[in-house]
Design a protein around this ligand. Structure first.
Ligand code: MG
Length: 190
């Protein structure tokens, strides 16, 4: 099976440090409630402002010092028996830096990374369609909804910021272990 996997807050703990960076750099005081209310891309009021601070955060190198979720590491060996494609909105990544980072953290990791911002359509959905992805694993509400509405099944990792999203193509999972058991059920045709 071809599985698409988001990176930030799906594999890597991202938002907490990114919010701290925004607060330090812009001398503001954003919290989780702002993220829940406005969503990641509207956090600072416009997509352009978000892209600017995201670029600054990536340039600072802090994004390459984050941790990979422990439960992901525990299921990775099983997951890696399938065809895995990482699909991310992480723009301005330095060449190969994210791949090097993930290789350093995840044993036997060698999947290719696809950047939605580099695709002419700018969406993860477009990459899923190009690659013929069977399903996506994601935490972001907007990308999950777009994929689901266009016939791509999504396993949505439950997070405070995606609890208003429901769709028949979305299967909500509590964590990576929950994903693995639901995935096995799906494979066995249950
Ligand atoms: Mg994400």
């Amino acid at each position: 099976m071809k599985i698409g996997i988001d990176i930030d807050d799906t594999i890597v703990d991202f938002f907490e440090d990114f919010l701290s960076f925004c607060n330090e750099d812009l001398k503001i005081n954003l919290g989780m409630e702002d993220l829940i209310e406005r969503g990641f891309w509207n956090l600072l009021g416009s997509r352009e402002k978000m892209l600017n601070i995201l670029k600054k955060y990536i340039d600072s190198g802090r994004i390459y010092e984050r941790n990979v979720f422990e439960d992901f590491l525990q299921v990775f060996e099983e997951l890696n028996k399938e065809q895995i494609f990482l699909i991310t909105a992480r723009s301005y990544d330095k060449p190969k830096k994210t791949k090097e980072f993930l290789k350093s953290k995840i044993k036997n990791f060698n999947s290719d990374i696809y950047y939605s911002q580099n695709h002419p359509e700018g969406t993860k959905l477009a990459i899923c369609n190009d690659l013929g992805i069977d399903f996506m694993i994601e935490d972001g509400p907007n990308e999950a909804k777009l994929c689901a509405e266009n016939g791509i099944k999504v396993f949505l990792l439950d997070k405070p910021w995606n609890r208003k999203i429901f769709h028949e193509n979305i299967i909500r999972v509590n964590d990576w272990k929950d994903f693995l058991s639901k995935f096995k059920e799906m494979k066995n045709g249950n």
